[in-house]
Design a protein around this ligand. Structure first.
Ligand code: GLU
Length: 483
């Protein structure tokens, strides 16, 4: 890989399941890399030992793989700039802390939390923005040694150069400018020795040669601090782009309350990966055309210029729309796998070829795997009319089905001709003709085109089904007479 290769990354903290907001960030980075022949890197930001869990990192990788978002560099992949778990990079961060301290760009700060809180309060009530007052910024070396020897545990603060400006061109939001005096010296290592997230994050992006970072706008205010750190260490900074947050109907950040689910939950419900990708890729990024696209096309048409600044609103009905599109577009093998994963079993007598054909037959009427399971049992198993279906059959009555059965014996053509003959003989027309035939043959009041069902069932199965409808009506009619 040449140094000029575009490299994006996804850097999740494995503290829980991956949700749609985070996934969208991953997807944008993936699509940006894929659109420019670049590298997509995965880094696990697990420095927070209390909240990070190995199993979350594993689940996260499983989710990304399931969605087809393969990373070329990172855990369980190639790459020479690892380790890709931050918990294993402590020695690297220690080196850079040391370098900053030696250069005088960072200093130990002994201020207690209480003292800092009081100072912030005073600043606020004086109408000033809360900022570190610089109490420990120039402690004599001797005092530092003495306090360390006495067992005090300082934080490490970054010394922000006075009177400067931090400027950068955000990939999404355009030119940004901050006065360094408004930032105030900030903590890069806590008193318990743990690292501030934005410190490791910046160092790793530089060391891993990440060139482009797309992340949520909640990280915008971290960026000037990260740029200052990298500048002080003479490390290259990536270009940052802050994408708008994902919000719910009520414009507040997306949460479970809005029907936002984790990737695992969506998978278990039966959503197809490409449905999720088509939906998320369009949330905050406009595609010229609204037709379903395979991931390659989503990548080919991805463009930083098309990322919006306004918050993107999550709409569960849109996700379902893309699910239908994805079912339409899926090949038969994928549908069969999807059906089986959901516990669907093809009935005896329905071999794989016939199974694939039935899946194709019903795909327009399917949104979730349970829908296929229901259709397969209706079309391959014994028809069991429910209440609505029973009413339709009884309204037509046994004479209608007796006529249909006798006409079937002479019929060798398409469904249309058969139905016309039944209409002619029974006098039934329109809905009164087609509905009972549909219910008798397909077992449901709505569904795929009748001609296709007719062809798929074949003559014998049609006969059995019309006979079953006839028996059903006769049974009911006989019962009615005796009551
Ligand atoms: N670990 C951070 C997070 O999950 C990464 C932020 C970033 O993308 O820079 O929020």
């Amino acid at each position: 890989m040449s140094e000029s290769t575009l490299k994006t990354r996804f850097a999740p903290s494995p503290s829980g399941e991956i949700h749609l907001g985070n996934l969208r960030t991953a997807l944008f980075n993936y699509l940006l890399a894929a659109s420019r022949g670049g590298v997509f890197l995965l880094r696990i930001e697990d420095t927070d030992a209390e909240r990070s869990r190995g199993e979350h990192a594993q689940a996260l990788m499983r989710d990304l793989r399931w969605l087809g978002l393969r990373w070329q560099e990172g855990p369980e992949a190639d790459g020479e700039r690892g380790p890709y778990y931050q918990a294993q990079r402590g020695a690297i961060y220690a080196r850079y802390y040391q370098a900053l301290e030696t250069a005088g760009a960072a200093y130990p700060c002994f201020c207690s939390d209480t003292a800092l809180q009081l100072a912030r309060k005073a600043q606020r009530s004086a109408g000033q923005p809360p900022r570190y007052a610089g109490t420990c910024a120039h402690l004599p070396a001797e005092e530092v040694r003495r306090r360390l020897a006495a067992g005090e545990r300082p934080t490490l603060r970054f010394r922000v150069p006075a009177g400067g400006q931090v400027e950068f061109n955000d990939l999404v939001r355009g030119p940004q400018r901050y006065n360094s005096d408004d930032i105030g010296d900030f903590i890069i290592r806590r008193s318990d020795g743990t690292a501030a997230f934005f410190f490791c994050n910046a160092i790793d992006d530089a060391l891993m040669a990440v060139t482009h970072v797309l992340r949520g706008e909640d990280h915008l205010s971290n960026t000037p601090r990260q740029l200052l750190i990298l500048q002080a260490l003479e490390l290259d900074a990536p270009a940052y782009g802050h994408v708008s947050l994902l919000v719910g109907e009520d414009a507040s950040p997306l949460s479970k309350r809005h029907g936002s689910l984790s990737v695992r939950q969506l998978r278990e419900m039966g959503y197809l990966p490409t449905a999720i990708l088509n939906y998320l890729a369009r949330l905050g990024h406009s595609y010229g055309d609204d037709s379903y696209a395979e991931p390659e096309r989503l990548a080919a048409q991805f463009d930083l210029e098309r990322l919006g600044k306004a918050p993107a609103r999550f709409d569960p009905s849109q996700l379902r729309h893309w699910q239908k599109e994805a079912v339409q577009a899926a090949d038969s093998e994928t549908l069969l796998g999807w059906f089986r994963e959901a516990g669907g079993v093809l009935p005896a007598g329905c071999d794989a070829a016939r199974g694939l054909a039935v899946l194709d037959l019903v795909r327009d009427n399917v949104e979730m795997p349970q829908d296929i399971v229901d259709w397969v049992s209706r079309l391959c198993g014994e028809p069991r009319p429910g209440e609505a279906e029973g009413r339709v059959l009884l309204a037509a009555g046994s004479a209608f089905f007796a006529a249909s059965l006798s006409l079937l014996a002479d019929s060798s053509g398409a469904f249309r001709e058969f139905a016309a003959a039944v209409g002619k003989q029974t006098g039934a027309r329109g809905k009164a003709l087609y509905m009972p035939l549909r219910v008798a043959l397909s077992g449901a009041v709505h569904g795929p085109e009748m001609g296709r069902i007719w062809d798929w069932l074949g003559r014998d199965a049609c006969r059995e089904r019309l006979q079953a409808a006839l028996d059903y009506c006769r049974g009911a009619e006989a019962h009615a007479e005796t009551v």
